[in-house]
Every structure is written in structure tokens, then in C-alpha cells.
Ligand binder design. Structure first.
Ligand SMILES: N[C@@H](CCC(=O)N[C@@H](CS)C(=O)NCC(=O)O)C(=O)O
Length: 243
């Protein structure tokens, strides 16, 4: 059985979608990010970056210890290799999937995350954030344009439906909140609607829905826990969780 340490956010959905697509049994362990579960000592042992998602595969033991993996891209690759699904292993199909997987984890995800930050959360903090907001919105818009060009004559990002599509899809779902007109990227819109219609994807994004608590309604406690993290205060939060 696989344990999935999870919160219902785009990075979490990548993994719940893949587990559903592969029909793998899994056990969800909620990580309440607003309350600081990501700083608990047991969680930091498997996720030193204090971020979810993380999986623990109890079927893959080394000296009796199950394998744990943090970073959504690494988890998707592992699950693809474990099941032989959605991640071709032969060249050049494998490298084509990896191009788009890394494009997502290094580009689309972080940029969309910053757009979300400046649209949803920055207004809670003093200062003029207009330059930063525009910078990330422009970059997200550029990335959507790149995707739109590539999808002009393709159904999926890299050959067949793959972990690259599963990684990218969740970062488009919030397009309305990011104030993006998806219809102006007609190929992305077609790709998005197609993926959204998959039963496993619908199931994956429903996981833990009752625990969704972010966006504009975020609590003061969650704002304090999630934002303004630096090397000093994350070690204070980890100490607090130890006590
Ligand atoms: N590069 C990481 C990013 C994961 C990430 O940013 N997760 C966020 C939620 S979407 C998180 O755990 N945040 C906790 C925090 O900010 O303290 C991945 O792809 O897994």
C-alpha cells in the first residue's frame, strides 16, 4: 500500500490523479499546511523541504524501511516506472515526456504559484505588489502561449497521455482565479477540457475536497504559517512542533 501525504492543492492533485489513473490503492494522510503539519518532525524526516506531496511505498523496502519520495516530479516518475503506465521507458518517447515534466516542475508550477500568491495572498501584506503581480502574470501567460503552440497539432504534450499532462493540468484548473481567459488559448482549452473529462482526473481532484481552505478566504493563522518563511523561522516552527 502507498501512503500519500497530501493537501488538496495543484501539487497534491498531480499525485492523486496519477494514483487514480493507475488504479493503485492508496491511503491519504492529510497534511494541514495552514496549521503547520509540514513542520512536524516525522513529516520533515520524509520531506526535508517542508512541502507536500510525499509518498511512502510500503511495498518497496530497503533493510525493512519503506521508500519515501518527496517532489511531485520524482513521485510521478516513480509511479510511472512502478506501474509501466503513462511514462514510456524507451527513447525518444521517454525524453519527450521528461522535457514537459521538467518544464512543468521548473516553470509552469512555480510561475502559476506566484500568480496565485500575488492575486490571492499578497493583498494581505503591506506594499505595492503591482510590478510583481504583472511579472508573474506575464510569465504565466507566456507559458500558456508556449503550450498553445505545441498543442496546435498534438492531442497531448508529449506523445500519448502521460505524467507530463497530469503534472500540468492542475496548474491550469485555477485559471479563473488567475484572471486568465482560457478561451484565448484555444488549443490549451481543448486539451484542458479533454483531460478534465477523464473519470480518474475528476476523482483525483475530489480527494480531500472538504479540507480545501486556501484562496481569498485564507485564515490569519495560515497566512502566518505559509508566508514569509525563511531559514530561521522554519527552524523555529519545526522546534515548536517538536515540543
Ligand atoms: N516542488 C514541489 C512543490 C511542492 C509545494 O510547493 N507544495 C506546497 C503546496 S502546493 C506546500 O507543501 N506548501 C507548504 C508550505 O508552503 O509551507 C513539488 O513539486 O512537489
Amino acid at each position: 500500500m502507498i501512503d500519500l501525504y497530501y493537501a488538496p492543492t495543484p501539487n497534491g492533485w498531480k499525485i492523486s490523479i496519477m494514483l487514480e489513473e493507475c488504479n493503485l490503492p492508496y491511503n491519504v494522510i492529510p497534511v494541514n499546511l495552514g496549521k503547520g503539519d509540514q513542520f512536524k518532525p516525522d513529516f520533515l524526516k520524509i520531506s526535508p523541504n517542508n512541502r507536500m506531496p510525499v509518498i511512502v511505498d510500503h511495498e518497496n523496502l530497503t533493510d525493512g524501511d519503506p521508500l519515501s519520495i518527496f517532489e511531485s516530479g520524482a513521485i510521478l516518475m516513480y509511479l510511472g516506472e512502478k506501474t509501466g503506465k503513462f511514462f514510456p521507458q524507451e527513447s525518444p518517447s521517454k525524453e519527450k515526456v521528461l522535457e514537459w515534466l521538467f518544464w512543468q516542475v521548473g516553470g509552469l508550477g512555480p510561475m502559476a504559484g506566484q500568480v496565485s500568491h500575488f492575486v490571492n495572498y499578497a493583498p494581505n501584506f503591506p506594499g505595492d505588489h503591482s510590478y510583481s503581480e504583472k511579472r508573474y502574470k506575464d510569465e504565466y501567460d507566456r507559458l500558456l502561449g508556449v503550450m498553445d503552440n505545441v498543442l496546435e497539432d498534438k492531442e497531448y504534450l508529449a506523445g500519448d497521455y502521460s505524467i507530463a499532462d497530469m503534472a500540468s493540468f492542475p496548474w491550469i484548473t485555477a485559471y479563473k482565479r488567475y484572471e486568465v481567459d482560457l478561451d484565448s488559448f484555444s488549443n490549451v482549452r481543448r486539451w484542458f477540457d479533454n483531460i478534465k473529462s477523464r473519470p480518474a482526473v475528476r476523482k483525483g481532484i475530489e480527494v480531500g475536497k472538504e479540507n480545501r481552505s486556501f484562496g481569498k478566504g485564507i485564515t490569519k493563522e495560515a497566512l502566518k504559517t505559509m508566508f514569509g518563511q525563511n531559514s530561521k523561522n522554519i527552524s523555529d516552527m519545526a522546534k515548536e512542533k517538536k515540543e
